[in-house]
Design a protein. Structure first.
Ligand code: GUN
Ligand code: FE
Length: 443
């Protein structure tokens, strides 16, 4: 690792209003951003420049830095099912494809092998932070923790909790489950790794009874850690939930009564939330991981993200592999724009999200949804340097170069960022940094 690093060139900070571009410099010391500015060639910065030990990297005209991508929701054990088994709606899909695959993770060797590929694939795609669902298995999910530590990825990792019977026999007895969750949390915390945190993970209201969810909420509170689950993904699912918890007025109420619906929870989907549930999300400070690929592939529905944002809800993006068919947040970002456009074309009042808003959701929006925005998500002094160096015309780039632009130089950089957002892929992500450490380099 370079302890002292300076980049000079275009540095981008996506916000909900627009993408702010600094043509300047960023100084990184021991993984943290210590200075960002526009005027590199002043006396003070010359001092920094000439000080021993700084590595200075000058970015080319077609290169720029963006904050690392944040995947707020993915299932690491489901990667072997990527791109297959998408012919059934959610509940049938879980029974037919997902629970049988996840059952295999009692085999720690299998788990270690798959998870190594998963983490490498995500880093290659620019996911510097991932919020993972593991499987039901304690030891298997600890293999995922070992993999993220080995590859220096920032991650929240959850051992999935389930105590409701299913045909695959994929559930635990409540007492065993609670013991295993406590052991899991303690083991992850014992690593004292700054990048990795445990997250309490009740799968969803149809996999956990009230008693289990209440106890899980206590474990989360005792350890001040986040909780993740699924909510209002599919209409049949909602119907079953309201039948199973007839004392509850809506889906969010089920989680609320168990104490897991608060400002430390991140819920995947929220495709079919009622207005009342949306205000509960905003009031309680709960976040949503929007997973457009999965919502389309499992035919769950079109999530009204604009409405969620307008209601004051924190939203990040998730790939939701393997309901989602793509592990890349750049893909999730584009599909977010597509879903939003489709809702608009269908005549809803939603104004479509533009590429700058979608890029915000993929970076700072996701960091905020995961309560990590004091550490990552943008280039600000005091934050960790989690960054992607993008090269528009890298080797084998999917983007061709034409010497034509109607924009002036200041706007031309935003045109180049826009082209990456619409057309780029992992080949354009030439370097990836997590807390200042280079974890990918194809420059
Ligand atoms: N709801 C409960 N479990 C799952 C899962 O694994 N994937 C998705 N998309 N939804 C779920
Ligand atoms: Fe999911």
């Amino acid at each position: 690792m370079c302890d002292k690093l300076i980049f000079v060139g275009n540095i981008l900070n996506p916000t909900l209003d627009n993408v702010k571009c600094i043509n300047g410099y960023i100084v990184i010391e021991n993984g943290k951003i210590t200075s960002v500015g526009t005027n590199f060639v002043n006396e003070e910065n010359k001092q920094i420049f000439f000080k021993n030990g700084y590595t200075v990297k000058l970015l080319g005209r077609n290169q720029f830095l963006i904050p690392g991508f944040v995947d707020c929701h993915t299932h690491a054990p489901q990667f072997p099912n990527l791109g297959i088994g998408l012919d059934r709606p959610l509940l049938e899909w879980l029974d037919k494809y997902t629970f049988p695959l996840e059952s295999h993770y009692s085999d720690t060797k299998f788990a270690a092998h798959v998870y190594d590929q998963v983490v490498r694939r995500l880093i290659n795609n620019g996911t510097t932070t991932a919020c993972y669902f593991g499987s039901l298995h304690l030891e298997g999910t600890l293999e995922l923790v070992k993999c993220v530590i080995k590859h220096n990825q920032r991650a929240l990792v959850g051992k999935v909790s389930m105590n409701v019977k299913n045909d695959a026999g994929y559930y635990n007895d409540t007492r065993v489950e609670l013991e295993e969750v406590k052991t899991f949390v303690n083991k992850v915390l014992e690593y004292k790794n700054e990048l990795v945190e445990p997250v309490i993970t009740p799968r969803f209201a149809l996999s956990c009874d009230t008693e289990l969810m209440k106890q899980l909420s206590n474990i989360a509170k005792e350890n001040s850690i986040l909780i993740q689950s699924h909510i209002a993904e599919n209409k049949k699912e909602i119907e079953f939930v309201l039948n199973s918890f007839s004392e509850c007025s809506n889906y969010a109420d089920v989680y609320d009564r168990c104490g897991i619906f608060n400002n430390k929870c991140i819920m995947a989907h929220g495709v079919h939330l009622t207005d009342r549930e949306m205000s509960m999300f905003a009031r309680k400070g709960a976040s949503i991981a929007h997973c457009p690929a999965s919502n389309t592939r499992l035919r769950s529905g079109l999530c009204p993200v604009r409405k969620l944002l307008d209601s004051g809800i924190k939203v990040g993006l998730g790939t939701d592999v393997s309901g989602g068919d793509n592990a890349s947040i750049l893909d999730a970002l584009r599909r977010t724009m597509d879903v939003s456009e489709h809702l608009n074309l269908m005549g809803t009042k939603e104004s479509p999200l533009n590429w700058e808003e979608a890029l915000y959701l993929a970076t700072l929006g996701g960091a905020t949804a995961l309560h990590l925005n004091d550490k990552i998500g943008s280039f600000e002094v005091g934050k960790d340097f989690d960054a992607l160096l993008i090269d528009l015309y890298s080797k084998d780039s999917p983007i061709d170069k034409y010497d034509f632009s109607v924009a002036q130089e200041e706007e031309a950089i935003l045109e180049r960022v826009q082209r990456f957002v619409y057309m780029g892929d992992d080949r354009n992500i030439v370097q990836v940094y997590i807390k200042g450490k280079k974890v990918k380099d194809i420059l």
